[in-house]
Write a protein that binds this ligand. Sequence first.
Ligand SMILES: [Zn+2]
Length: 405
Amino acid sequence: MRAYERLLRYVAISTPACETSGVTPSSQCQFDLARVLADEMRQIGFANVRLTDDCFVYGDLPATPGMEELPCLGLIAHMDTAPAFNGIDVKPQIIPDYDGGDVVLKGTGDVLSPAQFPGLKKLVGKTLITTDGTTLLGADDKAGVAEILTACEQIIQSGRAHGKIAVAFTPDEEIGLGVLHFDVEGFGAKYAYTVDGGAVGSLSYENFNACEAVVDVTGVSVHPGTSKDMLINPCLVAMEFNSMLPSCETPRDTEGFEGFFHLCDMQGDAMKARLVYIVRDHSAERFEGRKQQLKHIEKILNHRWGEGTVKLTLREQYRNMREMIEPCFFLIENARKAMKIAGMEPHDIAARGGTDGAQLSYRGLPCPNLCTGGYAYHGPFEHIAAEDMDACVTMLAELICGPRN
Ligand SMILES: [Zn+2]
């Protein structure tokens, strides 16, 4: 079976995550897919297949004879789809031998155009899979699920030698809670790849260092008619705080490895004001520098307006996985080799966010992210080519059968 055929079956099962449910899995519908996958893994020949109460599917491919000594390699993909756009009743459009032109999404009349999505030019002649415009597609990350299972099936059928493989399909990646309950020990892999990236050849082993910065300002409220030299307006102090940050280091003005301060909430009245920022940087050193910068502003403003006027609270969120990947950089080298064998041009992408792999890396499971072949995730223009999925299957098969150091 080809990976895209699996994908078409999986996207027919709706699995949107729910941001507000507060339980794992966040939506019961994720079990519908989990059960299908667990059954399929048993049919393919996985051992030790288990579906947990919190909707994780685990299973192993035991090593072939003589390969038992190799460290266990993990492959991970997520089953949920983004709550950002409708994920229910997905009706894909399949366009064989795509001509490179505009594609009308029949459910809405919206047009998927290479003018807006230049990646489409690379898909000419391939079998293009799109949405009908009313939903997302769910290739994020059901393409990853389909590619992992197809690669494992091919390996078993071909009889190629390989070390032990551990596979996990997880819930709730899209709401950042996916790996909170991940059983790293039970999974048993020494290192793993998430298969949850974009265009073929893309490879991620870096993400932001991240913290939240809350600035609380306490003012002195006095009748404005008689307040000369007494009143301290907390809203104005808050604005002063923000004015001391570099105004060009915002998400709008940065890309690649450039970090930022992002003001995401502000409130204030005559008594109190609060600013909430997220702070991001790939470089651990510059990230520390950003925190120092915030502390310096706190100090200056307290000196100016009186001790206790400004209170800065920093809350760590996640860290760049690179330092955890560095000691096992062969994972990256092996992935690049496997991509080349699959006909891809490997290119590094520094994730401007956090990933499941980053969380897992800091829990002792180094975990770079591999491509799935998909584009324009989380919306109606999501698309993927069947042939690119085949290439991802080849890449995964090479990794499964390749060296483990
Ligand atoms: Zn994803």
